[in-house]
Design a protein around this ligand. Sequence first.
Ligand code: MRU
Length: 354
Amino acid sequence: MTASSHDTVRALEWADEALYLLDQRRLPEAEAYRCCRDAPAVAAAIAEMVVRGAPAIGIAAAYGAALAARTAWREHGAGWAAAMADDLEALRRSRPTAVNLAWALARMEARAAELPAGEDPTPALLAEAHAVHAEDVAANRRMGRSGAGLIQPGSGVLTHCNTGSLATGGLGTALGVIRTAWADGRLERVFADETRPWLQGARLTAWELAADGIPVALLADGAAPALMRSGAVDWVVVGADRIAANGDVANKIGTYGLALAAREHEVRFMVVAPAATIDPQTPDGEAIPIETRGAEEVLSAGGHRIAPAGEGVGAWNPVFDVTPAGLVDVLVTERGVVHQPDAEGIARLVAEGG
Ligand code: MRU
């Protein structure tokens, strides 16, 4: 079996002049698509978590920018560039932590700036969005291969959140490494944290792995340190939403605790992310904006209130946390692998990409 046979789900598709997003809030019960025909619809889908995962929201935003240009050209003709500014701003604000979103919009704006005012910008910007999408698919494959090569045969891995086809354009980042390592016969055991409160691990990662025929054991997030202590895990493999210039990593809440437990139990810690996730403008983890969502996400589960109702019971619901670079053993990107990432290693990787 090859890794490519483990790559069937598509979170986003461009069809019939619109962006179709697999509604990830409804998985695994229902496979329903939301059709977005303009940029505000894409911005709303990102904010509401119809589409989620750093690379996937970057790709969605790129298509959203192409849709913004289409609307602006239809309504304002040669004034399209200025007319699409509000739509771009709404896309930029749809979620704050994953830098892939801002990166994709900056790329689309740079392409838009090259286009003549008097011509319909839609075909060129749509082609750019397709390129962003296709490059992510290719990056996933390269990361999968290099990350899997670091894993010794017979290993156990633990992952967190969802970093697979649902979170990217293709095979996935951390899950791409796991898929490739499984296809290579290197993995004995795959574990996934359920990932409260949105349950991306239980609902999405387990769904993707089950579809691939890769056995997975789910665990409550709080069980991870005990699992590491048991000796069943050799690698924790996670994705990232933003990597600061010094190598600090923002990822799904709970990642920092995994990194601490991994260091204590001599389990290796791998971060897998495309170069677009590296933000050289953000000096360190302290400067990464961390999204906080509503209290009801923690006070409820599966649509049912689990905490006592009434005054005095609130919640703290940061969506991401920051793992200091010193706890990361290896960063895998499509441009190469950085062992013990730090400011120097990150700067070298960024410079190599031109
Ligand atoms: O809130 P989410 O589901 O968008 O968070 C996703 C994650 O934290 C992923 O680990 C990260 O985006 C990397 S996905 C390849």
